[in-house]
Design a protein around this ligand. Structure first.
Ligand code: FES
Ligand code: FES
Length: 157
């Protein structure tokens, strides 16, 4: 790595502050507030973003680990058909309650559906295992991910 780390965030090139965790860059410097701070310890999933297509917590991820990589935040997933289907399905199923943990959950669901077109419920549970949701909305969240998968499997008009 030469000089400060750089990466692409939602399609734009960004120079990162070397010691700053990605979450702080996103929220404080770039104004991408959909990414949430929960535990700060990679334990709750509120801060999950996509790094080269993988769902990863951003709260402890140092900028130095991001040089040359691609980051997608919840603000940008609606540009993609998988993201658009998920956003629509979560709304239709009225999934989740607080909106605090939901953005991270949708990012992990996105990473799953981008790879697997028809995941089983067990696979969805596994993919969302790192996310804390204390409101009891788990069933609606699982239904929303299944519904998004169904929508993506339907032939486009
Ligand atoms: S804030 Fe990053 S996992 Fe909880
Ligand atoms: S949707 Fe946030 S705690 Fe359940």
């Amino acid at each position: 790595m030469n000089g400060q780390p750089r990466c692409r965030i939602n399609g734009s090139d960004v120079v990162l502050a070397a010691d700053e965790p990605l979450l702080f860059t996103l929220r404080n410097r770039l104004g991408l507030k959909a990414v949430r701070f929960g535990c700060g310890l990679e334990q709750c999933g509120a801060c999950v973003v996509l790094i080269d297509g993988e769902a990863r917590p951003s709260c402890s991820l140092p900028a130095s680990a991001l040089d040359g990589r691609t980051v997608v935040t919840p603000e940008a997933i609606g540009r993609d058909r998988v993201g658009a289907a998920l956003l629509s399905a979560f709304e239709l199923e009225q999934a989740g309650q607080c909106g605090y943990c939901l953005a991270g959950i949708v990012m992990s669901a996105f990473a799953l559906l981008a790879r697997e077109t028809n995941p089983s419920r067990a696979r969805i549970i596994e993919a969302l295992d790192g996310h804390l949701c204390r409101c009891g909305a788990h069933t609606t969240i699982l239904r929303a991910v299944e519904r998004a998968a169904e929508m993506l499997g339907e032939p486009s008009a």
